[in-house]
Design a binder for this molecule. Structure first.
Ligand code: MIC
Ligand code: SF4
Length: 648
C-alpha cells in the first residue's frame, strides 16, 4: 500500500514503536530550534544533562522574542545564549536577524528532515516538506542530547486545495477557512497534509502562513509536498542543493479528506478573542480601526510586505490609524530596502519596528484602551496585545493594508484598485552575517558560560506521593491558553528566573493565584487546577508547567488537554487528569479539598482514579492516559528526576 508524505518521513526517522495511530512513537530529530524566551530554560536543562556537544545535524538558537531591553535581564540572557551556543556547537541567530520560523524557513529548513523547536509555531517549516513540531524546552534539550522525541503517532488528514486564489484573497484567508472548519480544539494527535492541484500555485512563504497557523488548530504539525515551488524557493535562497522532491503516493490513504476550493474563498478575519472565531471581512461592516500591525512569523515575508507596499504606494496612513510594520527577518528587510519598497512603506507612514516578535507577543505596541487592532499575526487571545480590553482581529496583509487607507474594516476587493499580484523573486540578497556558526565542534569544552543575575537553575519537583491531598486553587473554563496561565509580554523578561516569573501565574485571571497557592503549599497541601475543554492551548512555553509546579500544583483536572502543554505537565511532574464524566466538572468549586488515594499504584496499573471531594462529601472518577514512559516520568516527579535516577 502506498504512503502519504507524513508516513514516509516518519518511517525514515522511527526509532521506537510502530507507525500505528494513537500509540506512542519515538523519532530521530535532525534539527532543533530554540528562541530566547524558551531557550534559556532549554539550555539550562541541556547543561544539566552533561552532554559535551549537541548531537543533531543542526541546532539553531534564535534571539527574536525578548529584544525589548528594559532592564538588564534580556541582554544578560542574550549573552548567556551566545556563550552556550559556542560551548555546545549550536548556530546562533543574533538579535536583529529575524523571527526564528521565518529565518529557519529561509536559511536552514530541508525537505524530508525532522525539526523540533521550543516554540509552538515550529510547524512553519512544514511549508518546505519537513516534519516540524513545536515542543517544550526539555524535549528539545533531550533531542539535542541525541535522544528520541516521543509523540503520539498522528492520524493524517489530507486537505485538498483546489483551484486558484482569486485577487485580494491570500494564504491567511486559506488558514482562517481551515480554522473555521477544524476550530482550535479537538485536533490533538492529528497532522494536516496539504495536497490538490491548488498547491502548485502557492509559493513557499504562502504555504508557511498556512502551516504556521495550523498550530492554532492544535494539530501536531502541517506539511506540504516538496515540489517545483520548493526548488525555486531554495534556489532563491542559494541552497538548491538542499532540494529533495517529496510527494504522496497515488494510493496513499488518510484518516479523512477535506476539500477547500480556493477560487471560492473571500477575505476572512478571526474576531476577538480566538483564532477560530471566523467571519468574512465584508460582514465586519465598517468597524473603525485604531491600529494595524503588519508582521509576525505568520505574514511578514517579502511577498506579504511588497504586496502591502504596492497597495500603499502614493497613499498616506489614515489619521486615526497607527500602522506598525515589523519585517519577519533581516533578509526581508534588506530586500525590501534594496528593491525600494521600504521607502514606499515609510513614505506611507509605517512605523518601522525591529525584525522580531515585538507586537505579536505584546511586549510593545500595545494598542489604546478598548481599541480595535487588526493584526496579521496568529493569536488574538485576550490581553495578549498587552491591553486587556483591546479587540484584536487577525487578517491578511491585504485586509490590513485596506484598513490603513480607509481607517475602518474594509474588504480589500472594495478598494477599487487592481490587485498587485507579487511574484517571488528568482534571486534574493542573501546575507548571513548576523548568524554565528560554531567554530570547532571537536575541541574540548573550556568555553566560559556567561550567567547574569537573572539566570537561575530550573527547579525540581519531588516524586509523586502515594496520596494527593489538595485544594482547588482555581477553576477555569474552556480554551484556557498558556497566555492565561503565565502571561508573556512585559513579564517575559523573567523567563530565566522561575521564583520571580511564578508571581505572575494566572495574573490576568485571578491576581491572587500565586499568593493563595503559596499559602496552600505552606500549609502542607498540594494545589489542583480545575479546567474545561482544551486546556493549555497556544504557546509551547514550559513555564506554564514549571511555574505552577514551583507554586505547588500537583495536578490539573480538565475535560481535555492540548498536546504540547500535556507533555510539559508530564515533564515537570504535574498529573494531567481527565474527567470520565464531564458533568463532574460542575460538582467542584474553587477552595474544595480533594483527595486522591493510592495514586502511584493506580497510575502504574493504568487504572482510573477515584477522587474524594471532602468539602462536598462526594466522589468522582478520573482517567490518566499515559504511556509506560510517561508513567515513569510522573512517578519520578518529572523528566529531569527520572534522568538523574537512571544515571545513578
Ligand atoms: C507565542 O507565540 O505565544 C510564543 C511566545 O512564541 C510562544 C513561545 C513562548 O512562550 O516563548 C510559542 O508560540 O510557543
Ligand atoms: Fe514570535 Fe508571535 Fe511567532 Fe510567537 S507567534 S514566534 S511571538 S512572531
Amino acid at each position: 500500500m502506498g504512503k502519504n508524505i507524513v508516513e514516509k518521513i516518519l518511517a525514515q526517522h522511527l526509532i521506537e514503536g510502530n507507525l500505528v495511530p494513537c500509540t506512542e512513537i519515538g523519532i530521530h530529530i535532525d534539527q532543533t530550534l530554540t528562541q530566547d524566551a524558551t531557550g534559556t530554560m532549554t539550555y539550562l536543562q541541556l547543561e544539566a544533562m552533561d552532554v559535551p556537544k549537541v548531537k543533531t545535524d543542526l541546532s539553531v538558537s534564535y534571539i527574536d522574542h525578548n529584544t525589548i531591553q528594559i532592564g538588564f535581564e534580556n541582554a544578560d540572557d542574550h549573552r548567556y545564549l551566545q556563550s552556550i551556543a559556542k560551548k555546545f556547537g549550536i548556530v546562533l541567530s543574533r538579535a536583529g536577524n529575524g523571527i526564528c520560523h521565518q529565518v529557519h524557513l529561509e536559511r536552514f529548513g530541508i525537505p524530508g528532515k525532522t525539526l523540533i523547536g521550543s516554540d509552538s509555531h515550529t510547524p512553519t517549516c512544514g511549508a518546505l516538506g519537513m516534519i516540524a513540531i513545536g515542543a517544550g524546552g526539555l524535549d528539545v534539550a533531550q533531542a539535542m542530547a541525541g535522544e528520541p522525541f516521543y509523540l503520539v503517532c498522528p492520524r493524517v488528514i489530507r486537505i485538498n486545495l483546489l483551484g486558484q486564489l482569486p485577487a485580494w484573497v491570500s494564504a491567511k484567508d486559506v488558514i482562517l477557512k481551515v480554522l473555521e472548519i477544524f476550530t482550535t480544539k479537538g485536533n490533538v494527535g492529528t497532522i494536516f497534509e496539504y495536497g490538490g492541484d491548488g498547491v502548485s500555485s502557492l509559493t513557499v512563504p504562502e504555504r508557511a502562513t498556512i502551516t504556521n497557523m495550523g498550530a492554532e488548530c492544535g494539530v501536531t504539525t502541517s506539511i506540504f509536498p516538496s515540489d517545483e515551488m520548493t526548488r525555486l524557493f531554495l534556489r532563491a535562497q542559494q541552497r538548491e542543493v538542499d532540494f529533495v522532491e517529496l510527494k504522496t503516493d497515488t494510493d496513499a490513504t488518510y484518516a479523512k479528506v477535506v476539500d477547500i476550493d480556493l477560487s471560492k474563498l473571500e477575505p476572512m478575519t478571526a474576531r476577538p478573542h480566538s483564532p477560530d472565531n471566523i467571519a468574512t471581512v465584508r460582514s465586519m461592516k465598517d468597524i473603525a480601526v485604531d491600529q494595524v500591525c503588519l508582521g509576525s512569523c505568520t505574514n511578514s515575508s517579502y511577498k506579504d510586505l511588497v504586496t502591502v507596499a504596492k497597495i500603499l504606494k502614493g497613499k498616506v496612513v489614515h489619521p486615526d490609524i497607527s500602522f506598525i510594520l515589523a519585517p519577519g527577518s533581516r533578509q526581508v528587510l534588506e530586500n525590501l530596502a534594496h528593491d525600494g519598497y521600504l521607502a514606499d512603506l515609510i513614505t506611507a507612514g509605517a512605523r518601522l519596528m525591529e525584525n522580531s516578535c515585538g507586537f505579536c507577543i505584546g511586549n510593545s505596541q500595545s494598542p489604546k484602551s478598548g481599541s480595535v487592532s487588526l493584526r496579521t499575526s496568529n493569536r488574538n487571545f485576550p490581553g495578549r496585545s498587552g491591553t486587556m480590553d483591546a479587540n484584536v482581529y487577525l487578517v491578511s496583509p491585504e485586509t490590513a493594508a485596506a484598513a490603513v487607507i480607509t481607517g475602518h474594516f474594509t474588504d480589500p476587493r472594495d478598494l477599487g484598485i487592481a490587485y498587485p499580484r507579487v511574484e517571488m523573486p528568482g534571486k534574493l540578497l542573501i546575507d548571513d552575517s548576523m548568524i554565528i556558526r560554531p567554530v570547532d565542534t571537536n575541541t574540548k569544552n573550556n568555553i566560559e558560560v556567561y550567567r547574569g543575575p537573572n539566570i537561575g537553575a530550573p527547579p525540581n519537583n519531588t516524586a509523586l506521593p502515594v496520596t494527593i491531598a489538595a485544594q482547588v486553587t482555581i477553576k477555569v473554563g474552556d480554551k484556557i491558553t498558556t497566555d492565561h496561565i503565565i502571561p508573556a509580554g512585559a513579564r517575559m523578561k523573567y523567563r530565566s528566573n522561575i521564583p520571580k516569573y511564578s508571581e505572575f501565574v494566572f495574573e490576568n485571571v485571578d491576581s491572587h493565584f500565586a499568593d493563595n497557592a503559596q499559602k496552600i503549599k505552606a500549609a502542607g497541601k498540594q494545589n489542583i487546577i480545575v479546567a474545561g475543554l482544551s486546556y493549555g492551548q497556544g504557546s509551547s512555553r514550559e513555564h506554564a508547567a514549571i511555574c505552577p509546579m514551583y507554586l505547588g500544583v500537583r495536578a490539573v483536572i480538565a475535560k481535555s488537554f492540548e498536546r504540547i502543554h500535556t507533555a510539559n505537565l508530564i515533564n515537570f511532574g504535574i498529573m494531567p487528569l481527565t474527567f470520565i464524566n464531564e458533568g463532574d466538572y460542575d460538582k467542584i468549586d474553587r477552595g474544595d479539598d480533594l483527595e486522591i488515594f493510592n495514586i502511584r499504584e493506580l497510575i502504574t496499573a493504568g487504572s482510573d482514579l477515584l477522587v474524594q471531594n471532602k468539602t462536598k462529601g462526594d466522589s468522582f472518577s478520573l482517567t490518566c492516559n499515559l504511556s509506560s514512559r510517561q508513567k515513569q516520568i510522573v512517578l519520578a516527579g518529572g523528566a529531569l528526576n527520572m534522568r538523574n535516577a537512571n544515571s545513578n
